[in-house]
Design a protein around this ligand. Structure first.
Ligand code: KPL
Length: 297
């Protein structure tokens, strides 16, 4: 059985696509476990169905844990369950941005910790409705040494979902590619309160994107993530913004729903990395502060 920690959009998507009876949510300490979690699921193709997922009960021993919490909640969420798990149970992280994956791997280096990067699109327009808005790809790779031997088995556990899941020998590099996109789209959509495509013509974006891409390019090189020109990074960011023009980004959705955003793991992570590497990051800092102001109480 697969246990899922975090019943947001992504957690519910995996739960809905894994075979019935082979998946359960892991309750938070204050959450009742007596009744199943039930929600409507609208797949990319086909009719809407109702999904019912039980909670992991005492005595259940999941063979894999998916962690689909927000990046900022990950270490606490894992701390709450890890002592109840056999030491060999793989833990697969699905967080956006960077920073939380390294924190988990550093805290539990002897545990099989894996990370995933996904382009599956899922959202919850109503609390009890999960929409699989677009099919994508998911890459999975090892974050700690003991995880290297588990990658194939973990990927095999996703086979029945019908979703495309691949092995990634360099998961950090894959997470960096997504980080660049999120750093160049998400904060603008949150600050401007607009869908992804509309950022492109805005004065804020036009006046800062070249400097931002210069920072991203130097940070990638400084972090050993390869040489990419600022122009190539801008091109990639704009390609994704156009392909997802009508989407509400995850960060804008968080601000609209008064949830904590993941800015500290996207532009905030990059600004902290710049400090460590001696690379100036004024645009990342400005975007981080502006988003923090939007979501502060
Ligand atoms: O990953 C995304 C997000 O919203 O977090 C993008 C690529 C910007 C799509 O909306």
């Amino acid at each position: 059985m697969i246990g899922i920690l975090g019943a947001g959009s992504l957690g519910r998507l995996w739960a809905a696509t894994l075979p019935v009876g082979r998946v359960a949510f892991i309750a938070r300490p204050d959450e009742p476990t007596g009744t199943d979690l039930s929600y409507r699921f609208r797949p990319v193709k086909g009719p809407e169905t109702t999904i019912r997922i039980p909670f992991v009960r005492p005595g259940d021993e999941p063979g894999l844990i998916l962690v689909t919490t927000k990046a900022g909640d990950t270490v606490d969420a894992i701390s709450g369950v890890i002592n109840r798990l056999p030491g060999a149970t793989p833990i697969l992280l699905f967080q956006n941005g960077l920073g939380s994956q390294q924190a988990v791997a550093a805290q539990w280096p002897h545990h099989p910790i894996l990370a995933a990067s996904t382009t599956e699109g899922a959202n919850r327009p109503d609390p009890d409705l999960l929409v699989h808005a677009g099919s994508g790809d998911t890459w999975i790779g090892a974050m700690t040494d003991p995880a290297r031997a588990c990658v194939d088995n973990v990927i095999a556990m996703f086979q029945a979902t019908g979703l495309k899941v691949h092995q990634e020998p360099d998961i950090l590099q894959r997470l960096w590619q997504k980080l660049i996109i999120n750093a160049g789209i998400n904060p603008y959509t949150a600050i401007l309160d607009c869908p992804n495509g509309e950022i492109l013509a805005s004065a804020l974006y036009q006046s800062t994107i070249d400097d931002l891409c210069g920072e991203l390019s130097r940070l990638m090189a400084g972090a050993g993530q390869g040489e990419k020109s600022p122009e190539a990074l801008r091109h990639r960011i704009e390609q994704v913004a156009r392909n997802t023009a009508g989407n509400t980004s995850s960060m804008r959705a968080d601000v609209l729903h008064h949830r904590r955003t993941e800015i500290d793991f996207i532009n905030g992570y990059l600004a902290r990395l710049g400090n460590e590497l001696g690379i100036e990051t004024p645009v990342n800092q400005m975007l981080t502060e502006r988003v923090q102001q939007l979501s502060s109480p």
